[in-house]
Ligand binder design. Sequence first.
Ligand SMILES: [Zn+2]
Length: 546
Amino acid sequence: MGKIFVNQVGFLPSCKKKAVLNFNSKEFKIIDSKENVVFTGQPSHFGTDEISGEDSFVADFSSFTQNGKFKLVADDSESTSFEITDNAYDKLMHDICKCFYYLRCGDALDEKYAGPYYHKPCHTEKATVYGEDVPAVDVCGGWHDAGDYGRYSTAGAVAVAHLLYGVRLYENLLNVKFEIPEEKCDNGTLPNILAEVKVELDFLMKMQREDGSVWHKVTTFSHAPFIMPEEDKNELFLFSVSSLATADIAAVFALAYTVYRKYDTTYADLLMERALKAYGWLQANHNPLLFKNAEGSNTGEYPEPEDYSNRFWAACALFEATGEKKYYEDALQQKEKLVAYDESEEVKGYQGNVFTCFGWADVAGFGSLSLILKGDNNALTELAIKSFIEEANRLCVNATENGFNLCMKKEDFIWGSNMELLKYLMVLTVANTLESKDKFVNTIIAGLDYLLGCNSMDISYVTGNGEKAYKNPHLRPTAVDDVDEPWPGLVSGGPNIGLQDEKAQTLPKESAPMKCYIDHVDCYSLNEITIYWNSPLVFVMAGLLK
Ligand SMILES: [Zn+2]
């Protein structure tokens, strides 16, 4: 029987709506929950493409705007159910924001807020500074990074950046309510999202040394086995400082200063003091201080080959926060280095324009956002705007090359492909904010449809959202907590043509990129979760629902 792929969560009434069929049918019907036919249409043949592994037929029902819960049927096949309503994404938005609470480290998760996912305090011991004979340091707090229990400064800074730039651009994010301990919200004076982000900011402050530099990560020497976080009692180590972490922290503290000063000037001033301290260290240490794992340690490395995008971001964020021209001059210098590096032969990481990238390594896109928020008329701001528009146009062309209107190409289906997608959707969201266009919005919607079930796996890549949402993330607590389902709102890494884990390698070698996925706990290269795969979705949803 043929398959019908559709966004399993739903659609806003005014937006483009489609399903993709992998078979030919004269007609498709939309039926309501009482099986009444409420809309009919004809699928159009798209054909094959390089990513989906399907001969696609597109069922467009954009003109159907009735509110309710529906299914799409054609011949003997039917889709999962989906909603059409202005509130279609309320639960999704709640879940993806609340997700960070469940990843908190240090504090116990109270049953009142965490339900069956509660756990005792974890990783509360002081951390040993690796290779140095100095007292152990308190770095308790923050969020677990991913499927493991490590906490990494650059990854944490980037997740916070997705969320706080989201707040700066789309204030509706401040109205999202989710259940977290009230005292963390300063008893109601701090919006939920800012209270949750403060948990990570407080931790990142602890990662900064007296001289302003920032430790790259705090983890046990090797990954813990699959146990609950409070059972992971191995010694914690702070591994060496890096200019990558120091620059990202300078940037994100400067950004946070611009957000929190409206609520708590003392806290905001502290953020700025720390940002300046980090920046001071960067100025005294011009050469990149990159990061490599200690011999024999297997926890996340988050390596980067240069620190130009990080220093660019730091300069731009401080320029925006302080208005001081010297930071703009620094940003200009780093921009030159970044361009020269990006054009050098041996490099090709990110597929798109480097000044629009929001990754854990390539962070210049955040610098561009700071320039746009500052709103001055200067060369770098012009470059930032031009880059977002050009990149968004490139993505809209990609979206015409497959039946799912997905803005990705074959080479984007790497480890964490859903983050590649979400970074692209962020670019489109920013472009649409700069210059509103239907094609930008439609490409965002198609990307969201893909993430939520309109893909040739017929699966929603956000837990608890969609009838066929994936259920087996590579995530330690979920694997051992005796609760059937993971907590809702976790974004999976998604399909990956690299198939880097043993279980993934059981897939046929010739699998289409979109089908290089298995919902299995062992598939760390296909099905892990991370804080910075969730955070860009929050940004995109805030932009869509503004
Ligand atoms: Zn912990």
